[in-house]
Design a protein around this ligand. Structure first.
Ligand code: HXC
Length: 257
Protein backbone atom coordinates (compact mmCIF):
# COMPACT_ATOMS: atom_id res chain seq x y z
CA UNK A 1 0.00 0.00 0.00
CA UNK A 2 1.06 3.59 -0.60
CA UNK A 3 2.91 5.37 2.18
CA UNK A 4 1.11 8.42 3.60
CA UNK A 5 3.91 10.20 5.41
CA UNK A 6 6.73 9.92 2.90
CA UNK A 7 7.26 9.94 -0.85
CA UNK A 8 9.53 7.41 -2.48
CA UNK A 9 11.15 7.71 -5.90
CA UNK A 10 14.15 6.46 -7.80
CA UNK A 11 16.50 8.82 -9.62
CA UNK A 12 18.98 6.83 -11.67
CA UNK A 13 20.62 4.42 -9.23
CA UNK A 14 19.59 6.53 -6.23
CA UNK A 15 16.66 5.73 -3.97
CA UNK A 16 15.13 8.96 -2.65
CA UNK A 17 12.94 8.97 0.46
CA UNK A 18 11.28 12.31 1.28
CA UNK A 19 9.64 12.76 4.68
CA UNK A 20 6.31 14.38 3.94
CA UNK A 21 4.27 15.19 7.03
CA UNK A 22 4.26 18.97 6.61
CA UNK A 23 1.56 19.71 9.22
CA UNK A 24 3.84 18.42 11.97
CA UNK A 25 7.19 19.50 10.47
CA UNK A 26 7.86 15.83 9.69
CA UNK A 27 7.62 14.79 13.34
CA UNK A 28 8.51 11.11 13.48
CA UNK A 29 5.43 9.15 14.46
CA UNK A 30 5.08 5.38 14.32
CA UNK A 31 3.54 5.25 10.84
CA UNK A 32 6.21 7.49 9.35
CA UNK A 33 8.90 5.34 10.93
CA UNK A 34 7.43 2.13 9.52
CA UNK A 35 7.22 3.72 6.08
CA UNK A 36 10.80 5.02 6.12
CA UNK A 37 12.17 1.67 7.25
CA UNK A 38 10.12 -0.27 4.68
CA UNK A 39 11.27 2.04 1.87
CA UNK A 40 14.91 1.89 2.94
CA UNK A 41 14.81 -1.90 3.15
CA UNK A 42 13.20 -2.15 -0.29
CA UNK A 43 15.97 0.01 -1.77
CA UNK A 44 18.59 -2.01 0.13
CA UNK A 45 17.52 -5.21 -1.63
CA UNK A 46 16.85 -3.61 -5.05
CA UNK A 47 19.81 -4.32 -7.37
CA UNK A 48 18.95 -1.20 -9.41
CA UNK A 49 19.75 1.02 -6.41
CA UNK A 50 23.31 1.83 -5.29
CA UNK A 51 22.72 4.44 -2.60
CA UNK A 52 19.86 6.03 -0.67
CA UNK A 53 19.03 9.65 0.19
CA UNK A 54 16.67 10.62 3.01
CA UNK A 55 15.44 14.20 2.99
CA UNK A 56 12.62 16.33 4.39
CA UNK A 57 11.13 19.67 3.40
CA UNK A 58 12.65 23.12 3.06
CA UNK A 59 11.42 24.01 6.53
CA UNK A 60 12.22 20.80 8.35
CA UNK A 61 14.15 17.60 7.87
CA UNK A 62 12.25 16.47 10.98
CA UNK A 63 11.34 18.41 14.14
CA UNK A 64 11.79 15.35 16.30
CA UNK A 65 9.84 12.43 17.58
CA UNK A 66 6.11 13.15 17.66
CA UNK A 67 5.59 14.86 21.01
CA UNK A 68 1.81 14.59 20.79
CA UNK A 69 2.03 10.84 20.21
CA UNK A 70 4.24 10.22 23.25
CA UNK A 71 3.20 12.91 25.76
CA UNK A 72 0.79 10.78 27.78
CA UNK A 73 2.67 7.48 27.61
CA UNK A 74 3.58 5.83 30.90
CA UNK A 75 6.97 4.44 31.85
CA UNK A 76 5.70 0.91 31.28
CA UNK A 77 4.36 1.91 27.84
CA UNK A 78 7.71 3.26 26.65
CA UNK A 79 9.85 0.70 28.46
CA UNK A 80 7.63 -2.26 27.65
CA UNK A 81 7.22 -1.16 24.05
CA UNK A 82 10.93 -0.28 23.76
CA UNK A 83 9.96 3.07 22.22
CA UNK A 84 12.18 4.18 19.30
CA UNK A 85 14.24 0.98 19.25
CA UNK A 86 12.77 0.07 15.86
CA UNK A 87 14.68 3.00 14.35
CA UNK A 88 17.81 0.91 14.93
CA UNK A 89 16.75 -1.00 11.82
CA UNK A 90 17.95 1.96 9.73
CA UNK A 91 21.48 1.25 10.93
CA UNK A 92 21.20 -2.29 9.52
CA UNK A 93 20.82 -0.99 5.96
CA UNK A 94 23.98 -1.99 4.11
CA UNK A 95 23.93 0.47 1.23
CA UNK A 96 25.09 4.02 1.96
CA UNK A 97 22.42 6.43 3.19
CA UNK A 98 22.86 10.19 2.86
CA UNK A 99 20.78 12.52 5.02
CA UNK A 100 20.00 15.71 3.09
CA UNK A 101 19.01 18.21 5.77
CA UNK A 102 17.29 21.57 5.29
CA UNK A 103 15.64 23.49 8.12
CA UNK A 104 15.07 21.86 11.48
CA UNK A 105 16.74 18.57 12.39
CA UNK A 106 15.81 18.44 16.05
CA UNK A 107 15.67 15.67 18.61
CA UNK A 108 14.78 12.46 16.79
CA UNK A 109 15.25 14.36 13.50
CA UNK A 110 18.89 15.06 14.33
CA UNK A 111 19.23 11.49 15.56
CA UNK A 112 17.79 10.08 12.33
CA UNK A 113 20.24 12.21 10.32
CA UNK A 114 23.08 10.85 12.48
CA UNK A 115 21.96 7.25 11.85
CA UNK A 116 22.63 7.90 8.18
CA UNK A 117 26.17 7.53 6.85
CA UNK A 118 26.79 11.15 6.07
CA UNK A 119 24.93 14.43 6.36
CA UNK A 120 24.74 17.02 3.61
CA UNK A 121 23.24 20.22 4.97
CA UNK A 122 21.51 23.13 3.32
CA UNK A 123 22.75 26.51 4.56
CA UNK A 124 19.33 26.75 6.27
CA UNK A 125 19.86 23.64 8.41
CA UNK A 126 19.51 23.82 12.19
CA UNK A 127 20.53 20.91 14.37
CA UNK A 128 19.71 20.35 18.01
CA UNK A 129 18.81 17.95 20.78
CA UNK A 130 16.13 19.99 22.59
CA UNK A 131 14.75 17.05 24.59
CA UNK A 132 15.97 18.61 27.85
CA UNK A 133 13.35 21.35 27.34
CA UNK A 134 10.65 18.66 27.38
CA UNK A 135 11.91 17.01 30.54
CA UNK A 136 13.45 14.05 28.74
CA UNK A 137 16.78 13.15 27.16
CA UNK A 138 17.58 12.02 23.61
CA UNK A 139 16.23 8.52 23.03
CA UNK A 140 17.31 7.57 19.51
CA UNK A 141 21.07 7.64 20.01
CA UNK A 142 21.66 11.40 20.32
CA UNK A 143 23.85 11.31 23.41
CA UNK A 144 26.03 8.65 21.78
CA UNK A 145 26.23 9.58 18.10
CA UNK A 146 26.43 13.35 18.67
CA UNK A 147 29.25 12.85 21.17
CA UNK A 148 31.15 10.66 18.72
CA UNK A 149 30.54 13.21 15.94
CA UNK A 150 31.35 16.50 17.67
CA UNK A 151 33.17 15.54 20.86
CA UNK A 152 32.13 15.74 24.49
CA UNK A 153 32.14 19.47 25.14
CA UNK A 154 29.91 20.52 22.25
CA UNK A 155 27.66 17.49 22.72
CA UNK A 156 27.19 18.46 26.37
CA UNK A 157 26.50 22.07 25.32
CA UNK A 158 23.77 20.98 22.89
CA UNK A 159 22.23 18.21 25.01
CA UNK A 160 22.22 20.17 28.30
CA UNK A 161 21.08 23.57 27.00
CA UNK A 162 18.85 22.32 24.20
CA UNK A 163 20.10 25.09 21.89
CA UNK A 164 20.25 24.76 18.11
CA UNK A 165 23.36 25.03 15.97
CA UNK A 166 23.38 26.29 12.41
CA UNK A 167 24.88 24.57 9.37
CA UNK A 168 28.21 26.41 9.65
CA UNK A 169 28.73 25.34 13.25
CA UNK A 170 27.61 21.81 12.44
CA UNK A 171 30.14 21.57 9.61
CA UNK A 172 32.91 23.07 11.72
CA UNK A 173 32.15 20.53 14.43
CA UNK A 174 32.30 17.55 12.11
CA UNK A 175 28.59 16.66 12.21
CA UNK A 176 28.05 17.67 8.60
CA UNK A 177 30.10 16.58 5.58
CA UNK A 178 29.19 19.45 3.24
CA UNK A 179 27.01 22.56 3.13
CA UNK A 180 25.20 23.48 -0.08
CA UNK A 181 22.74 26.27 -0.98
CA UNK A 182 19.23 25.30 0.16
CA UNK A 183 17.80 25.38 -3.37
CA UNK A 184 20.33 22.79 -4.51
CA UNK A 185 20.14 20.44 -1.54
CA UNK A 186 18.34 17.43 -2.96
CA UNK A 187 20.10 17.57 -6.33
CA UNK A 188 23.47 17.86 -4.60
CA UNK A 189 22.75 14.92 -2.28
CA UNK A 190 21.45 12.81 -5.17
CA UNK A 191 24.60 13.68 -7.15
CA UNK A 192 26.80 12.45 -4.29
CA UNK A 193 24.67 9.30 -4.02
CA UNK A 194 24.94 8.84 -7.80
CA UNK A 195 28.73 9.07 -7.56
CA UNK A 196 28.71 6.37 -4.89
CA UNK A 197 26.17 4.32 -6.87
CA UNK A 198 28.55 4.14 -9.85
CA UNK A 199 31.19 2.29 -7.83
CA UNK A 200 31.35 -1.40 -7.04
CA UNK A 201 28.43 -2.03 -4.68
CA UNK A 202 30.00 -4.84 -2.64
CA UNK A 203 33.15 -2.77 -2.20
CA UNK A 204 31.11 0.29 -1.20
CA UNK A 205 29.33 -1.86 1.37
CA UNK A 206 32.66 -3.11 2.70
CA UNK A 207 33.94 0.46 2.99
CA UNK A 208 30.82 1.54 4.88
CA UNK A 209 31.09 -1.42 7.21
CA UNK A 210 34.76 -0.73 7.89
CA UNK A 211 34.22 2.95 8.71
CA UNK A 212 31.40 1.99 11.07
CA UNK A 213 33.68 -0.50 12.84
CA UNK A 214 35.84 2.50 13.83
CA UNK A 215 33.01 3.69 16.08
CA UNK A 216 32.57 0.35 17.79
CA UNK A 217 36.03 -1.06 18.49
CA UNK A 218 39.68 -0.44 19.39
CA UNK A 219 42.18 0.93 16.88
CA UNK A 220 44.10 -2.32 16.55
CA UNK A 221 40.94 -4.40 16.10
CA UNK A 222 39.59 -1.86 13.63
CA UNK A 223 42.77 -1.87 11.57
CA UNK A 224 42.73 -5.67 11.60
CA UNK A 225 39.13 -5.67 10.39
CA UNK A 226 40.02 -3.16 7.69
CA UNK A 227 42.97 -5.17 6.42
CA UNK A 228 40.96 -8.42 6.24
CA UNK A 229 38.23 -6.60 4.38
CA UNK A 230 40.76 -4.92 2.08
CA UNK A 231 42.22 -8.35 1.27
CA UNK A 232 38.77 -9.66 0.44
CA UNK A 233 38.22 -6.92 -2.16
CA UNK A 234 40.82 -8.86 -4.21
CA UNK A 235 38.28 -11.66 -4.49
CA UNK A 236 36.00 -9.37 -6.52
CA UNK A 237 36.01 -8.91 -10.28
CA UNK A 238 35.62 -5.22 -9.63
CA UNK A 239 39.08 -4.99 -8.07
CA UNK A 240 40.53 -6.48 -11.27
CA UNK A 241 38.43 -4.12 -13.36
CA UNK A 242 39.27 -1.03 -11.27
CA UNK A 243 43.00 -1.64 -11.35
CA UNK A 244 43.05 -2.71 -15.02
CA UNK A 245 41.16 0.44 -15.96
CA UNK A 246 43.72 2.57 -14.15
CA UNK A 247 46.63 0.85 -15.87
CA UNK A 248 44.90 1.06 -19.27
CA UNK A 249 44.08 4.75 -18.66
CA UNK A 250 40.31 4.34 -19.05
CA UNK A 251 37.25 4.67 -16.80
CA UNK A 252 36.31 1.52 -14.86
CA UNK A 253 33.12 -0.35 -15.72
CA UNK A 254 32.23 -1.99 -12.46
CA UNK A 255 30.12 -5.11 -12.94
CA UNK A 256 28.76 -5.50 -9.47
CA UNK A 257 26.73 -2.39 -9.07
C1 HXC B 1 4.70 16.89 17.20
C2 HXC B 1 5.27 18.88 16.23
C3 HXC B 1 6.64 18.68 16.55
C4 HXC B 1 6.98 17.48 17.23
C5 HXC B 1 6.47 20.56 15.53
N1 HXC B 1 5.22 20.06 15.60
N2 HXC B 1 7.34 19.76 16.11
N3 HXC B 1 4.33 18.00 16.55
N4 HXC B 1 5.98 16.63 17.53
N5 HXC B 1 8.24 17.20 17.55
C6 HXC B 1 3.97 20.65 15.08
C7 HXC B 1 3.50 21.81 15.92
O1 HXC B 1 2.77 21.34 17.03
C8 HXC B 1 2.63 22.55 14.93
O2 HXC B 1 1.37 21.91 14.77
C9 HXC B 1 3.37 22.36 13.62
O3 HXC B 1 4.21 21.24 13.81
C10 HXC B 1 4.24 23.55 13.28
O4 HXC B 1 5.11 23.82 14.37
P1 HXC B 1 5.25 25.27 15.03
O5 HXC B 1 5.82 25.08 16.38
O6 HXC B 1 3.99 26.04 14.93
O7 HXC B 1 6.34 25.92 14.05
P2 HXC B 1 7.41 27.02 14.39
O8 HXC B 1 6.82 28.08 15.26
O9 HXC B 1 8.00 27.41 13.08
O10 HXC B 1 8.52 26.30 15.28
C11 HXC B 1 9.31 25.24 14.72
C12 HXC B 1 10.04 24.47 15.85
C13 HXC B 1 9.00 24.01 16.89
C14 HXC B 1 11.09 25.38 16.50
C15 HXC B 1 10.75 23.30 15.19
O11 HXC B 1 7.94 23.32 16.21
C16 HXC B 1 9.56 23.06 17.90
O12 HXC B 1 10.24 23.48 18.83
N6 HXC B 1 9.21 21.78 17.81
C17 HXC B 1 9.59 20.76 18.77
C18 HXC B 1 11.04 20.41 18.64
C19 HXC B 1 11.45 19.37 19.67
O13 HXC B 1 11.36 19.59 20.88
N7 HXC B 1 11.88 18.19 19.19
C20 HXC B 1 12.31 17.10 20.06
C21 HXC B 1 11.16 16.16 20.27
S1 HXC B 1 11.62 14.85 21.40
P3 HXC B 1 0.01 22.47 15.45
O14 HXC B 1 -1.02 21.59 14.84
O15 HXC B 1 0.18 22.25 16.92
O16 HXC B 1 -0.05 23.91 15.08
C22 HXC B 1 12.54 13.83 20.46
C23 HXC B 1 13.30 12.70 21.08
C24 HXC B 1 12.49 11.91 21.93
O17 HXC B 1 12.66 13.96 19.31
C25 HXC B 1 13.31 11.10 22.86
C26 HXC B 1 12.74 11.10 24.23
C27 HXC B 1 12.48 9.76 24.82
Amino acid sequence: QNPENITVEQRGRVGLITLNRPKALNALNRDLMEEVIAAARAFDTDPAVGAIVITGSEKAFAAGADIKEMQSRSFSDVYGGDLFSDWDRITKIRKPIIAAVAGYALGGGCELAMMCDLIIAADSAKFGQPEINLGVIPGMGGTQRLTRAVGKSKAMDLVLTGRMMDAEEAERSGLVARIVPAAELVDAAVAVAETIGAKSLPVVMMAKEAVNVALETTLSEGVRFERRTFFSTFATEDQKEGMSAFVEKRDPEFKHR
